[in-house]
Design a protein around this ligand. Structure first.
Ligand SMILES: [Zn+2]
Length: 118
């Protein structure tokens, strides 16, 4: 099954305490069905001193379950229910079931990644 949301996508949170917030997917924790979104679900963690890390309180983005986010459709400017279909040349493509627009995979950002072994 293809992933509906991948790293680099713009998504909107549709459930939970971060409802309504939008951001870009930084990491897709596929095996845990979770995504880390830039600037969303900030938590504070008290960290011990590590090899490459100072002790102290750090703020970081915690993962959200993918069922609580929806892909943002720039075409109709709203959350998209995602479908897959065969596009030109028989290549599978994502599309928005609301407005029928094709939603291409994002260009990968520098720190966008999928963690298949997470
Ligand atoms: Zn749409």
């Amino acid at each position: 099954m293809a992933e509906k949301v991948v790293s680099g996508d713009e998504v909107v949170v549709v459930s939970g305490k971060n409802k309504g917030q939008r951001g870009r997917v930084r990491t897709n924790l596929i095996k845990r069905d979770r995504v880390v979104i830039e600037g969303v679900n900030i938590v504070r963690r008290h960290m011990k001193q590590g090899r490459a890390r100072q002790a102290g309180i750090v703020e970081m983005e915690a993962p959200l379950h993918v069922s609580n986010v929806m892909l943002w459709c720039a075409n109709h400017n709203g959350p998209a229910r995602v479908g897959f279909r065969e596009g030109p040349g028989g290549i599978k493509e994502r599309y928005c079931k609301q407005c029928d627009a094709t939603i291409p995979a994002p260009r990968r950002g520098r720190d966008a990644r999928n963690e298949r072994d997470a």
